[in-house]
Ligand binder design. Structure first.
Ligand code: FAD
Ligand code: SF4
Ligand code: SF4
Length: 478
């Protein structure tokens, strides 16, 4: 099947079908169905094949989007996959969970007037098809190198770097404190955005490629950074950011007030079939409860939608700014609203009510003031505007900061920025410790999967150059 390009005037935008609310609110399956071949070709044919493709410019991986859209429109799917995979290690994951409205699709030139090409959905379709048809093969390096690399963290940053280094022939070992690989892809992001088989399939491919995983291994406890440095020619730190930002105020220590990631990890583990005592005891289960989630980012959206699926009696999201100033993806806000979540905009918690367990949140209305030095409008409470929301479970989703890595790793010499993220030389991706590199959220602060992949790829390139230099060997052309 071949479609002509530039069809955006005649062919309207069509996103993959979304499962009905009645159906999806009762399970954790992904909410979008995959395109069929004909739809993917038709939607790809809407692309106007821009000379300067702003979609690619605004994709952190600079994917060759117009090329793979054209190949998809022409029915040349295997080639489309090759092009998509040449710049992205996990295109089927990005296709599912990138906030495309802020990245590629938000910058598609036909967005104004004709609605963007559905780039993410096509990217997912191409790669899911490639995986299903067996076109995605384990990595077989052209030659094996007698040099090993240690990677701390099996999230998207660490996994992307591991693949890139294995491709160059390195002996790669990935260490992670969790019992499964994937980082936030496996334990943070819920199934309704990213089913876990998709992540497990990537781990299996990595293992089949010869990448070794050492799980249940917390660096700093089970092995030191110094030991890893002695064991490997170079080490990558890709440990993400996990320290939850806290809420203070009266009653903040009451039972039933829980951090977002504890709640999401319990739900993801439960869905993976693990025994989760805090879920079984009801502490981290929203069933039958009045739930209030505090925060306005992607994590908050994942919590409210998880609570809906667990059968909460009501779910409210308290956010101190308004809809237009939310950090979370608009697509996810819309999905949450469809699923019955109530947003309480321009409101902030002041105190938590209850005896031993929380029974309510006292909040105050806010108004947006003048922009601060970062350009973001400040928020100020409106005097006398207090109100109370009933709550049996309060989930704190105010964002994450880095753990204290120099302390955690027992290596006070490791330099961090004033935000606690690792300080690297952005040209070499190396920390101040020779041969120790860093990538992903631990460098950027809480960010996106696609940026972690980009950082992992960049770090892999620089680590290769570093090892070759140490061995006084030339770096082969890419
Ligand atoms: P991580 O994915 O955090 O992986 C770090 C790994 O390091 C973990 O496996 C951890 O166990 C391991 N580790 C940490 N310390 C140690 C140690 N001492 N020893 C050994 N191992 C260690 N991004 C999107 O693009 N789209 C989304 O829809 C989206 N939704 C999100 C929802 C939630 C709830 C959260 C929390 C984040 C979301 N993000 C989303 C952000 C995204 O998940 C992260 O930006 C991305 O996972 C960062 O990748 P990373 O590899 O840097 O770190
Ligand atoms: Fe868009 Fe993300 Fe894919 Fe880039 S990786 S093309 S930003 S969906
Ligand atoms: Fe195609 Fe839009 Fe990218 Fe232009 S900006 S190449 S129309 S997807």
């Amino acid at each position: 099947m071949t479609e002509q390009m530039l069809r955006f005037v005649h062919t309207p935008q069509q996103t993959p079908e979304k499962r009905s609310v009645a159906e999806r609110n009762h399970d954790f399956g992904e909410i979008y169905r995959i395109f069929q071949e004909r739809e993917a070709a038709r939607q790809s044919s809407r692309c106007s094949q821009c000379g300067v493709p702003f979609c690619s410019v605004h994709c952190p991986l600079h994917n060759n989007i117009p090329d793979w859209l054209k190949l998809t429109a022409e029915g040349r799917l295997e080639e489309a996959y090759e092009v998509a995979a040449s710049t992205n290690n996990f295109p089927e994951i990005c296709g599912r969970i990138c906030p495309q409205d802020r990245l590629c699709e938000g910058n598609c030139v036909i967005e104004k007037g004709f609605e963007a090409v559905t780039i993410g959905a096509v990217e997912r379709y191409i790669t899911d098809t490639a995986l299903e048809r067996g076109w995605v093969k384990p990595i077989v390096p052209r030659r094996e190198l007698d040099a090993s690399i240690g990677i701390i963290g099996a999230g998207p940053g660490g996994m992307a770097a591991a693949e890139q280094l294995r491709r160059r022939g390195y002996q790669v070992t990935v260490y992670d404190r969790y019992d499964r690989a994937g980082g936030l892809l496996i334990y943070g992001i819920p199934n309704f955005k990213l089913e876990k088989d998709v992540v497990l399939r990537r781990r299996a491919l990595a293992e089949a490629s010869g990448i070794r995983f050492v799980l249940n291994c917390a660096v700093g406890q089970d092995v030191t950074l110094a030991e890893l440095r002695a064991r490997h020619a170079a080490v990558l730190i890709a440990t993400g950011v996990y320290k939850p930002r806290e809420i203070g105020g009266p009653g903040a220590g009451l039972g039933g007030i829980v951090p977002a990631l504890d709640y999401l990890i319990a739900s993801n583990r439960e869905n993976l079939g693990d025994v989760v005592p805090d879920f079984a005891s009801g502490l981290l289960d929203a069933k039958g409860k009045r739930v209030v989630v505090i925060g306005g980012g992607d994590t908050a959206m994942d919590c409210v939608r998880t609570a809906v699926r667990q059968g909460a009696a009501s779910v409210q999201c308290l956010y101190r700014r308004d809809r237009a100033n939310m950090p979370g993806s608009m697509r996810e806000v819309k999905n949450a609203e469809e699923e019955g979540v109530e947003f309480v905009w321009l409101s902030a918690p002041e105190a938590f009510l209850g005896e031993a367990n929380v029974s309510g949140v006292r909040a105050v209305r806010m108004h947006l003031g003048l922009p601060d030095s970062s350009g973001r409008q400040s928020v100020e409470p409106i005097a006398g505007s207090h109100f109370t929301l009933g709550a049996d479970l309060v989930i704190k989703a105010l964002g994450f900061d880095p753990e204290d890595l120099p302390v955690m790793f027992g290596d006070p010499g490791l330099e961090v920025t004033r935000w606690g993220t690792l300080r690297i030389n952005h040209r070499s991706c190396m920390t101040n410790l020779p041969g120790v590199f860093a990538a992903g959220d631990i460098v950027r602060g809480a960010s996106l999967v696609v940026w972690a992949i980009r950082d992992g790829r960049d770090a892999a390139k620089r680590m290769h150059e570093y090892v070759m230099e140490q061995k006084a060997l030339p770096v082969a052309a890419e």
